[in-house]
Design a protein around this ligand. Structure first.
Ligand code: UTP
Length: 276
């Protein structure tokens, strides 16, 4: 069983400046709940109760969010307002939270490598909290991936079909179909030229990784902008061992971009809030 989940949250969130000048991008609310809480709920639902954050400077609000707010809670104790904290309180009881820092922004691969000591030698989930994944009435995306991992025992990346004009913004896979929703990955390219993309299947911010990925990240050279790409380590893993790509069930919103964030906000308001 996979019990650990890594949340790389060291990024600057420049697309949301000035909102993210003093506040982590992951704390931006979709209506009344921060993005990161949706991600942690999804991890806990998948049985991953050890939450490992890879943070950076200016991310303290995330630690405070998953801690008791003594003054506030004393102030509203016994009032109707307490109910609004039930969800986060339950989550805090269900999960444990650890933090480590990425001192330099050297890419997603590097951020994952920084979590090595917290994760140890076991498979683990990865959530990029700015991808909001919802599957109302069914299992969350990480839970779907955990089931597949139990069956195949290899790394799994969540993928979705995207139009050609958008494919250049993603890691893109090539592979052999095993079933309607499962592909054995043979190659992977980060942000390809759309004309040369190996498929229309883009990797989104949900991964389930086997721990040999750490050694592969260590062996990965930094790319053109000095960043160590997780995609490069995954390509090596796919070629030496096994990586599966899974067309998940549910809907994903790119909340790292303003249009995706607005779409998620409108969707969640209409679905969960408008009618109480
Ligand atoms: P992004 O590049 O989408 O996030 O990285 P960003 O840099 O925060 O956003 P913009 O582009 O400036 O608006 C994807 C994820 O990887 C994490 C980010 O926090 C984000 O969740 N990340 C990226 C790290 O933790 N460390 C890194 O060095 C790079």
């Amino acid at each position: 069983m996979v019990t650990k989940c890594v949340f790389p949250v060291a990024g600057y969130g420049t697309r949301f400046l000035p909102a993210t000048k003093a506040m982590p991008k992951e704390m931006l609310p979709i209506v009344n709940k921060p993005l990161v809480q949706y991600g942690v709920e999804e991890a806990v639902e998948a049985g991953m109760r050890d939450i490992c954050f890879v943070t950076g400077r200016g991310k303290r609000a995330i630690e405070d969010h998953f801690d008791v707010s003594f003054e506030l809670e004393t102030q509203i104790a016994g009032s109707g307002k307490e109910a609004a904290l039930e969800g986060i309180r339950t989550l805090m009881e269900q999960a444990s939270f650890s933090y480590t820092r990425q001192n330099e922004m050297k890419g997603l691969g590097h951020a994952i490598l920084v979590s090595r000591r917290l994760v140890g030698d076991e498979p683990f989930g990865v959530v990029l909290a700015d991808d909001l994944c919802l599957n109302p009435g069914g299992d969350g995306v990480l839970a779907q991936m955990a089931r597949l991992h139990a069956q195949f025992r290899c790394s799994i990346v969540a993928v979705m079909e995207v139009p050609q004009e958008e494919i250049g913004a993603y890691g893109v896979i090539a592979g052999e179909a095993i079933s309607d929703d499962l592909i054995r990955v043979t190659d992977m390219v980060e942000k390809p030229d759309p004309a040369e993309a190996p498929s229309n299947l883009a990797v989104i911010g949900r991964y389930l990784l086997t721990p040999d990925i750490f050694g592969l990240i260590e062996a990965t050279e930094a790319g053109k902008n000095g960043e160590i790409q997780l995609t490069d380590a995954l390509r090596a893993q796919a070629q030496q061992g096994c990586v599966m790509a899974y067309k998940f069930k549910g809907r994903r919103f790119d909340c790292g971009s303003v249009p995706g964030f607005m779409e998620a906000t409108n969707h969640c308001y209409d679905t969960f809030f408008k009618n109480g």
